[in-house]
Design a protein around this ligand. Structure first.
Ligand SMILES: Cc1ncc(C[n+]2csc(CCOP(=O)(O)OP(=O)(O)O)c2C)c(N)n1
Ligand SMILES: [Mg+2]
Length: 580
């Protein structure tokens, strides 16, 4: 049997679509995929698009995503998507074709032997869980099984196979291949004692807050976590990656917290006396730049599948560290009786903050010319329907979406939260649409982000993918200008057309790709246009015109404590919110 046929058969058991970039070193594997029933090559215009589409495909199917590129430049273009998958823990397999084995430099101290040859494994190692160059055709079953295991076990992530051209063509006997047998996972010790300690801390707490981290989703422990939330009645906060797990009116939902979130979330965590964090890294985006000042009055219980996360010594003291898979931990925790103090007053206080400090302020609606980003996102979230998949990009656009979008019905809302490359949302929408052809995919992307992967408009058109693109068009790198306002006295460099950075007429560009367009010029027509766009049958780009200089509000200025977001509240009002 041809080795590349063997790989294609293996992949067909994991996925239906493989996102690819072509080249001389992958013609055999692409041919094998092409002739394998149930498997389809989806060529993207740039390998970056293919790599991102594959990881978004995995987010939606909750199975493996796969992308393939040729050696050298093709493989280098995959890196952006691999990094997204690594930092957000998305199970993905990336394959690059390599020149034939006798053209590989091996241990020689030269730069390159074969054309477009390079040390691929060395390059991708820091952003993959496992990366290997296939050297022996008889190892293919072992390596494929190991790659799959490594991508999906524990804290998932991307894996990489570098596949020389001659080995793709090799003849193998599938019945005589070595197998991979994973080591048995050890059960963590002392969990019952830790749970007793945890229950003790919960019983004593007057202002507890649960943090629902991305690990809940990655570990498929949503139901178990919900049981704990309901059983305990403890208010809970989400991170960006878990906003879409809860409807906005879920009882005891605090909302988001962190440097670009909302005041209610930050007042809640900063006044809390017990933080219980499930599957969150509690990075500086959430804690503020000084983790030691995060929830300063709170004891902290942190549960994570990754022991390194529990011992990273970032300055934040953890009172109870629990190293465990949530899928295993939560049922055990839920089997206990959970006692709390009377939390009525604490819940009321949180609800008061939620009501008093909405992100999308009523006065924003009064703007007459162009759209306010918070109004646009808030209204978009009213017009979408159950099952929709909303993918947002980077910069102000990402932050406005995550701050103002309200989950009103079960939907998916995501971005590549931790790596956050501009240009993610467009190819991610392609991956999502293939993963869920029956669902409506909505791409929210800035004018800067759009320029990064604009070529994938052709992939959308060629494949008639009915993706709805909302271009948040402020004519600038809004978030960068805001940072330059804060730190550079508003001296803008390389962030808008007055400072060296140009933008095209996006409606004309869309038309050149034969994509339908729409435009939002003000609030009067906003809902009508959003509706029309969402009802349109094919792909469409809606140019949402914003004023220059729109800001992220509220936002923490670097160095300030998490509860004191800009614009700063009058001191009396601020202090009244920090009375605990
Ligand atoms: C590939 C890449 N390059 C640079 C950055 C740094 N960066 C983050 S947001 C941003 C500007 C985003 O502009 P735009 O997409 O128009 O969003 P806006 O802030 O205007 O809404 C930049 C340069 C990045 N995240 N990704
Ligand atoms: Mg912009």
């Amino acid at each position: 049997m041809k080795l590349s046929d063997y790989i294609a058969e293996f992949l067909a058991k994991q996925t239906k679509h493989i996102f690819v970039g072509n080249g001389g070193c992958v013609i055999h594997i692409l041919d094998s995929i092409d002739k394998t029933p149930g498997l389809k090559n989806i060529p993207c215009e740039n390998e970056q698009g293919a790599a991102i589409a594959a990881e978004a495909y995995s987010r939606v199917t909750k199975n493996l995503g796969v992308a393939i590129a040729t050696s050298g430049p093709g493989m280098i273009n995959l890196m952006q998507g691999i990094a997204c998958a690594y930092f957000d823990a998305i199970p993905t397999l990336y394959i690059s074709g390599a020149p034939p084995t006798h053209h590989l430099k091996g241990d020689r101290k030269i730069r390159q032997m074969g054309f477009q040859e390079m040390d691929v494994v060395g390059i991708v190692k820091p952003i993959t869980k496992y990366a290997v160059l296939l050297k022996d055709p008889k190892r293919i079953r072992y390596e494929l099984e190991k790659l799959l295991y490594m991508a999906t076990e524990g804290n998932p992530g991307p894996v990489f196979l570098d596949l020389p051209d001659d080995l793709q063509r090799a003849d193998i006997n599938p019945n005589k291949l070595e197998r991979f047998t994973p080591e048995k996972q050890k059960q963590p010790n002392g969990l019952e004692t830790k749970i007793d300690n945890m229950l003790g801390l919960i019983k004593e707490a007057a202002r507890p807050v649960i943090i629902v981290g991305g690990g809940v989703k990655i570990g498929h422990a949503e139901e178990e976590l919900n049981t704990f939330i309901k059983k305990s009645g403890i208010p809970f906060a989400t991170t960006w990656s878990t906003i879409d797990l809860f409807l906005d009116d879920t009882p005891n939902l605090i909302g988001n917290f962190g440097i670009s979130s909302n005041r209610a979330g930050n007042f809640a965590v900063q006044n809390s006396d017990l933080i219980i964090s499930f599957g969150s890294r509690l990075d500086t985006h959430q804690t503020g730049s000084n983790p030691a000042s995060f929830a300063p009055k709170a004891k902290k219980i942190v549960i994570n599948i990754d022991n390194e996360e529990l011992n990273k010594n970032n300055g934040m003291d953890i009172d109870l560290k629990i190293h465990c898979d949530l899928k295993m931990f939560l049922p055990l925790l839920n089997s206990h009786k959970i006692k709390t103090k009377d939390l009525t007053k604490w819940r009321e206080r949180i609800n008061h903050w939620r009501q008093k400090y909405p992100v999308c302020c009523p006065e924003y609606y009064n703007q007459e010319d162009k759209a306010n980003p918070y109004v646009f996102i808030n209204e978009l979230s009213k017009e979408t329907k159950e099952g929709d998949i909303i993918i947002t990009d980077a910069g102000g656009t990402l932050t406005w979406t995550m701050q103002a979008y309200k989950i009103r019905t079960p939907q998916m809302l995501f971005s590549a939260f931790n790596h956050s490359p501009m240009g993610y949302a467009l190819p991610a929408s392609i991956g999502a649409q293939y993963a869920a052809p029956e669902k409506q995919v909505i791409c929210v992307i800035g004018d800067g982000g759009m320029q990064m992967n604009i070529q994938e408009l052709e992939t959308i058109v060629y494949n008639s993918l009915p993706i709805k693109i909302f271009l948040i068009n402020n004519g600038e790198y809004g978030i960068i200008k805001q940072t330059q306002d804060t730190w550079m006295n508003s001296k803008y460099v390389a962030s808008d057309p007055n400072s060296g950075l140009g933008f095209p007429d996006f409606q004309k560009v869309a038309k050149a790709y034969k994509i339908e367009t729409a435009e939002i010029k003000n609030h009067k027509e906003l809902n009508k246009v959003i509706k029309n766009v969402l009802e349109y049958k094919g792909p469409i780009l809606c140019d949402v015109k914003l004023k220059h200089g729109e800001q992220i509000l509220p936002k923490l200025v670097f160095g300030r404590p998490l509860e004191d977001m800009a614009p700063l509240l009058p001191r009396e009002e601020f202090e009244a919110n920090m009375t605990f």
